[in-house]
Design a protein around this ligand. Sequence first.
Ligand code: CU
Length: 84
Amino acid sequence: MLGKLERWTETNGGFKMAEKTYSIPKISCGHCVATIEREVGALPGVGTVTGDVAAKKVTVVYQEDAVLSQVEETLKEIGYPPAA
Ligand SMILES: [Cu+2]
């Protein structure tokens, strides 16, 4: 598993976080996962992004549901649309 992005180490206490796992069929190697972790992890309100090459899945820890549409939009923009 490649680089987790830990972004909320200081502010964690005040936030309620949720987690969502996306199936992303276009993941084919570690570079795909690294790109997704970097791009999605940079979004405001997103905490840890963890990709799994073998499972072709990405788990996103996020702050509020409104963030998810942005996550999905970003996945499409960078060429890794989530499976419906
Ligand atoms: Cu790849």
